[in-house]
Design a protein around this ligand. Structure first.
Ligand code: GLA
Length: 393
């Protein structure tokens, strides 16, 4: 179990120390958070609604400008340095960690930001491949650092969009906007409800007395990326088939539950189930916002449970370990709600828990999960935190 806040908050120092070892000289430090999503899963690329919170597990980037247009990027995790030139023809993806950082630089330049060369160290404590969005944290921290030393003011929306572009076009993952947006816009003690079409957002206070407990199943299933892209295609297929009868439909965001039921016969069963998840999940995001505002924790818990079942049965992105973890949490005293979070096929569950019982629940969840699966899980009691920021140094 890893939950020592002390060890978690030294990541900017790690980046700084590594910078002086690898490059020497002064540096500035930028830090971007990972995220959990409270509800609204697999809705972002359908231009629907999501409710993530930035969490206090970070990626830190230590950076200093160079006098040329080269980026010398060093990963503290992999102990490896990659050197590229921003001048034409520009870098190509390497298929490793550096694509997140270098791809962000390329995307920012394509957005019209002229960048300077830089030496930089990337150091992340967001566990890699756990569904807490380590990739967005790397992109957003690198992007903010490069913009800053390039003399550009930070437009958080543009930064999030450029980072998503990096992931879509340089890394090659067709993710939506949620992860990069929340890593750039998070707010301490709040979740954020985001309209993924307009990018309008509302901050929602997390009820006092409730903590975020994130538990890592410790599994990361193969083919998750392929399955993710397949889900996107199935949603697009749903839109294509439905738009014959419903010409106004541009994405599943535009579809109501009633329209879906009326046109069900025109859809293969599998496509119908995918659409059903997205339409019902969008609805749950609104109900969750209402329940949080009312302090109605009973409804919050029910909505999280419904979301998990919909992801398991209709969208089929859960897995045995996630289901076990959620099932155990549901039986523990003091748990308000539990569900898988992120893309699925392994990774983490998010649990809203009674603050007074958080440590006890963390312990018991890990104990029962290990007893049933043989896997010792990591669990973190986390705080909702601010989006990307420069750390004083
Ligand atoms: C991953 C993607 C996000 C989102 C979630 C599922 O985290 O990066 O854009 O689609 O999966 O909600």
């Amino acid at each position: 179990m890893v939950s020592s806040p002390k060890s978690r908050h030294r990541i900017s120092d790690d980046a700084k120390d590594k910078f002086s070892q690898v490059f020497g000289g002064a540096c500035r430090i930028f830090r971007a958070p990972g995220r959990v999503n409270l509800i609204g899963e697999h809705t972002d690329y359908n231009l629907g609604f999501v409710m993530p919170a930035a969490v206090d597990l970070y990626c830190a980037v230590a950076i200093a400008p160079r006098n040329d247009r080269e980026l010398h990027a060093y990963s503290a995790h992999f102990g490896e340095k990659v050197v590229i030139d921003l001048e034409p023809p520009g870098p190509s993806p390497r298929g490793d960690w550096s694509d997140y950082a270098i791809g962000t630089a390329v995307a920012l330049e394509n957005f019209g930001y002229a960048l300077r060369g830089a030496n930089l160290v990337v150091s992340a404590e967001v566990p890699l491949g756990s569904g807490l969005s380590s990739s967005a944290a790397i992109e957003v921290s690198t992007g903010a650092a490069l913009l800053n030393i390039g003399g550009h003011t930070l437009d958080r929306k543009q930064l999030a969009l450029a980072c998503q572009r990096a992931e879509n076009e340089f890394v090659g993952a067709r993710c939506g906007i949620m992860d990069q947006f929340i890593s750039a816009h998070g707010r301490s003690a709040h979740a954020l409800m985001l309209d993924c079409r307009s990018l309008d957002s509302d901050l929602l206070p997390i009820p006092s007395g409730v903590r975020l407990l994130v538990a890592n199943t410790g599994v990361e299933h193969q083919h998750a990326a392929g399955e993710y892209n397949a889900r996107r295609q199935q949603c697009e297929e749903g839109v294509r088939l439905l738009s014959a009868a419903l010409p106004g439909i541009r994405s599943l965001r535009d579809l109501s539950a009633e329209q879906l039921e009326r046109n069900k016969s025109g859809l293969p069963e599998l496509i119908y189930r995918r659409c059903h998840h997205v339409v019902s999940e969008n609805q749950r995001v609104f109900e969750m916002a209402e329940a949080l505002a009312q302090g109605d924790l009973q409804s919050v818990g029910n909505l999280m449970g419904d979301s998990h079942r919909s992801l398991r049965d209709d969208y089929q992105v859960s897995c045995a370990e996630l289901d076990i973890m959620v099932e155990i949490a549901a039986g523990l005293h003091g748990v308000v709600g539990a569900r898988m979070t992120g893309g699925g096929f392994g990774g983490c569950t998010v649990n809203l828990v009674d603050a007074r019982e958080a440590e006890l629940i963390e312990h018991e969840l890990a104990r029962q999960y290990e007893a049933r699966t043989g896997i010792r899980p990591e669990a973190y009691v986390l705080n909702a935190t601010d989006g990307v920021t420069e750390v004083s140094n």
